[in-house]
Design a protein around this ligand. Structure first.
Ligand code: UDP
Ligand code: MG
Length: 339
């Protein structure tokens, strides 16, 4: 089958003609689900009629995930196992996958079978029809609590209102990206990698395909509310400076109202000779102002913290080991490579 296009302004010729579709799977302690996941994925890819590679990025798993993946039998798809040196987080794991993918279309999929691998042929079809980014949008969030659904809805609304790019609601990381888009994403130097925003940032022809998200096959989600709040802060602060602007506007409004209120107090004293009274109102103003100031300082701190992290220029992840299995060759190379 003919490869679609050569990237028009791809920054590095990373395309290997031997692979058409790369499937990136971030893995963090997924031993219970990996055999079923791999079985379903391989079956789908075998019927796809494209040259495929599967890249498992082991994000510092402490369970048996490594042995399970490296013991998978050789299939028609190339299977690559890349182990990061510790848990760097899903965003870093996905970045590692994008940097190592050789295909001219790259699919990102979770290992927990919440994203059905059976949808990959449809994604490839949409890409063949001209789409650069195929976003998979969840219709249902089966198996997730009301609170999680509600907080997710609020977060997307807030993020889109705050940031300049349009981040599609209920689209997770499950998506297909063309080589051109992947090359541009790989060129983004930032350390704060809010991937949903980064996937949307290059633009290009984006399509949205709805699907029903399954509940987690087994095990527990790796996210807790504390981590999710961090992710939400990352999302907003790496794509928008609106919170800073809101703090400024709020400051101006409060200063103006303080001026207004002060004028009233002075006028009352001058006109009616009213003695100053009102300990409660002073407390309210004091606490209110103090709160606004603390929030604003916190916000400033968030952005300064990000500048601090960016300025250190540390690598996003370290790779400890790479194992590749294909029908042609089997090789194992422990690497001290730095991404
Ligand atoms: N994951 C990862 N590193 C982490 C956390 C998660 O690579 O630090 C992987 C995990 O193995 C799974 C995917 O990211 O394949 C999604 O994780 P999870 O199901 O916990 O997230 P959710 O589906 O609840 O958003
Ligand atoms: Mg999941």
């Amino acid at each position: 089958m003919l490869d679609k296009i050569t990237p028009k302004h791809s920054l590095q010729p990373t395309v290997s003609p031997s692979v058409t579709v790369s499937v990136i799977v971030p893995v963090y302690n997924e031993q219970a689900v990996l055999p079923s996941f791999h079985g379903r994925l391989v079956q789908v890819l075998d019927n796809l009629n494209e040259r495929c590679e599967i890249i498992y990025i082991d994000d510092g798993s402490s369970d048996n995930s490594r042995n399970i993946i490296t013991a998978f039998p050789v299939t028609s798809s190339v299977v690559q196992y890349i182990a990061l040196s510790r848990n760097f987080g899903k965003e870093a794991a996905m970045s590692a996958g994008l940097q190592h993918a050789k295909g001219i279309a790259v699919v990102v999929i979770d290992a927990d079978l919440q994203d059905p691998p059976e949808l990959i042929p449809l994604m490839v079809k949409r890409w063949r029809a001209g789409a650069d980014v195929v976003n998979m949008k969840r219709n249902s969030r089966a198996g997730e609590s009301m609170l999680k659904r509600f907080s997710a809805a609020c977060f997307y609304r807030l993020l889109n209102w705050m940031s300049d790019i349009n981040i599609e609601e209920n689209v997770g990381d499950f998506r297909l990206l063309s080589r051109e888009v992947v090359d541009h994403i790989n060129e983004l130097p930032e350390r704060n990698r809010y991937m949903k925003g980064i996937f949307a940032w290059p633009g290009y022809k984006q399509v949205v395909v709805p699907f029903n998200r399954d509940p987690r096959f087994s095990g527990e989600t790796k996210w807790n509310y504390f981590k999710l709040i961090g992710l939400a802060m990352d999302g907003i602060s790496s794509f928008s400076i609106k919170p800073l602007r809101i703090a400024t506007v709020l400051g101006v409004l409060i200063a103006l109202s303080a001026f207004g209120y002060g004028s009233i107090v002075i006028a009352k004293t001058l006109l009616f000779g009213e003695v100053v009274q009102g300990y409660p109102s002073i407390m309210v103003v004091l606490l209110g102002l103090g709160g606004v100031q603390l929030i604003s300082i916190g916000l400033l701190g968030e952005y300064i913290g990000r500048i601090f992290i960016e300025s250190k220029q540390r690598p996003l992840y370290l790779i400890q080991e790479v194992v590749e299995k294909s029908a042609i060759q089997t090789q194992k190379s422990p690497l001290g490579e730095v991404a």
